[in-house]
Write a protein that binds this ligand. Structure first.
Ligand code: ZN
Ligand code: ZN
Length: 306
């Protein structure tokens, strides 16, 4: 089952020739999710052949224009594409009021649209699906901002094929073994569960933290995640500017990754002053070696942390 992240935009406030403003397409198991929606998000999804009309949920971190300007076009296109599937958009307060003058009253859209307001000062689970949950990560920016943490649920163990044949297991016995319940063979002998099942892989997780200043509480929230995206707008030499603008440096992003013990770190939301972002990557690697500066259009697989 795939968990795959596609970067649609990784520039900060202004797009460049090679980078759009913030947006990400997350294929999470059997769901299609959009995280933030900078102005070129829909164009990029079309260009990359991503099924944007089928999006299940949209997650907005905050109401700065570089994270929401693509939304009116996207929501209107759903109507033009005859979407009828319900949609929920999670965001801090105020998004509906910004969008309705552009897309019309929510009730008149041809698909049910639910505006779900998220609290930005405390972490909570906002979505509990069969195979995964989504929780919020309070972030520290100039306006109310939240990150999102997508966690795969632990899957039940798989049954060993040769054990089915060896003990002639029935469907009910297979179900019981998967739940860890006692199973007996035809002679009434108790079977060792470890002989019948094989453990499923560790659950995977992805955390999105943009935009934010450095704050240690973020490391607590993202402890042990498989993949962390943390904004890295500037190099550490501009730390003063970072504080004033509510952003983080590449070094600070790496410090969060290191403290949290994440599997892999992706850096993004780059200031347009950096034509070559390899310097930001190098800076992060000085304290967290598994760090990479993202590129637009690039796809990243999410693996279990070792
Ligand atoms: Zn931004
Ligand atoms: Zn912002």
């Amino acid at each position: 089952m795939t968990i795959q992240l596609t970067i649609l935009g990784s520039s900060s406030a202004v797009p460049t020739k090679t980078r759009n403003t913030s947006a990400q397409f997350l294929h999470f198991l059997n769901h299609r999710l959009l995280i933030d929606c900078g102005e070129a998000a829909i164009n990029t999804m079309v260009r990359l052949g991503l099924p944007f009309v089928q999006l299940d949920y949209i997650f907005i971190s905050h109401l700065h224009t570089d994270h929401i300007l693509g939304l009116p076009g996207l929501l209107s296109s759903f109507a033009l594409k005859n979407r009828t599937k319900p949609l929920t958009i999670f965001s801090p307060q105020g998004l509906k009021e910004l969008m309705e003058p552009l897309i019309g009253p929510t009730e008149q859209l041809p698909y049910p649209l639910n505006w779900s307001i998220v609290e930005t000062t405390e972490s909570m689970i906002i979505l509990d699906e069969k195979s995964f949950t989504v929780e919020t990560i309070p972030l520290f920016h100039r306006v109310p901002t939240t990150g999102y943490l997508f966690r795969e649920k632990q899957r039940p163990p798989n049954i060993k094929k040769d054990a089915i044949a060896k003990y002639g297991l029935s469907i009910d016995q297979i179900k019981a073994a998967k739940k860890g319940l006692e199973v007996q063979d035809a002679q009434g002998q108790l079977l060792d569960n470890q002989e019948l099942t094989i453990g499923s892989p560790l659950p995977r997780s992805y955390a999105y933290c943009s935009d934010t200043m450095y704050d240690e509480s973020v490391a607590e929230r993202v402890k042990g995640v498989s993949l962390l995206y943390h904004e890295a707008t500037y190099l550490d030499e501009l730390r003063d500017l970072v504080q004033a603008r509510g952003h983080a440096t590449a070094l600070e992003a790496a410090r969060i990754a290191q403290k949290a013990g994440v599997g892999q770190l992706l850096l993004g939301h780059f200031s347009t002053r950096y034509k070559d972002v390899s310097r930001l990557e190098q800076e992060a690697k000085t304290i967290f070696s598994n760090a990479y500066a993202v590129s637009d259009g690039r796809v990243y697989d999410v693996f279990s942390s070792p």
